[in-house]
Design a protein around this ligand. Sequence first.
Ligand code: PBG
Ligand code: ZN
Length: 338
Amino acid sequence: MSLPLDVLSVNSMLELRHRPRRLRRTSTIRDLVRETRLSPKDFIMPLFVVEGHNVKNEIGSMQGQYHFSVDRLNEVTDSLLDVGVQHVILFGIPDEKDSEGRVSLDSDGIIQRAARHLREQYAELFITTDVCLCEYTNHGHCGLLDGHSVNNDETLLILQEQAVSHARAGADMVAPSGMMDGVVAALRVALDEAELVETAIMSYSAKYASAYYGPFRDAAQSAPAFGDRRGYQMDPANRREALREVLDDVHEGADIVMVKPALAYLDIIREVRDSVNLPVACYSVSGEYTMIKLAAQAGLIDGDAIMLESLTAMKRAGADIIITYFAEDASRLLSRKA
Ligand code: PBG
Ligand code: ZN
């Protein structure tokens, strides 16, 4: 003979005082208890600027991303501002390259013209520039070469000039991405001496030697002509070392620290968030973008849903700021949902 189990006895048997499903019943209650919220204000959109006029060419390796000439940049910045994204980070692709990336110092260089143009057009746009040499050197490495290795301290001198030149052209923030030791201190001193004390530094503090950069190197024409970047970028296997890099940058005067890539390095983002008081950015890189784009196009995943889930994961891991090629798409979706 079996006794009928009523609700009460199930309750007392299992001691289900806490029923988490109560707070998952409807979208209204889920909205109330959600711990992580994405906003267009979280995002920085990377833009690739090329020489010439009237250029808007889709980048082969990064569907939905474009090379823009300076005169057509407004098309993308207008739509970004329209959906509430106020931040861009500029990458310049010059026509001419040399062994020292000297063209990056030209006050009329590609980034300088882009920054000046945007500064004049928009008061509300915050302009960050990538400070590195790989887009400007004919060998594609992020610094000056000594034989086959990058000379750290000589590279710092040229990066100082580049950062000052970007700031003079209108950059609000410079972002050194070459993983040179001491670069934050070097840029801070140079900017301060040039009386550019208000120019902020967002350091690519923990940047890993990652295969996820593949599509970007095609977009920026910055693949190294020989060897790889493992002599300066971090070993993907290392976690403790990331913290040292970040703490060094904090000490050297960084305003914002960054972890890059993002999705495969969520543990590093969390660790950094728990260890410093500065804003923490993450860079969701070209490979992360392209994998989602192409899988969605093949009809294998729901691209919009995976995009938002991935960005949410980065923020949940501790990123205050997300640099993402999805900045516009995600913001459009978020404003439609809100
Ligand atoms: C170059 C630089 C890279 C990226 C940003 N700045 C590529 C690299 O280090 O080879 C990668 C961005 C991306 O993949 O989206 N200093
Ligand atoms: Zn570089």
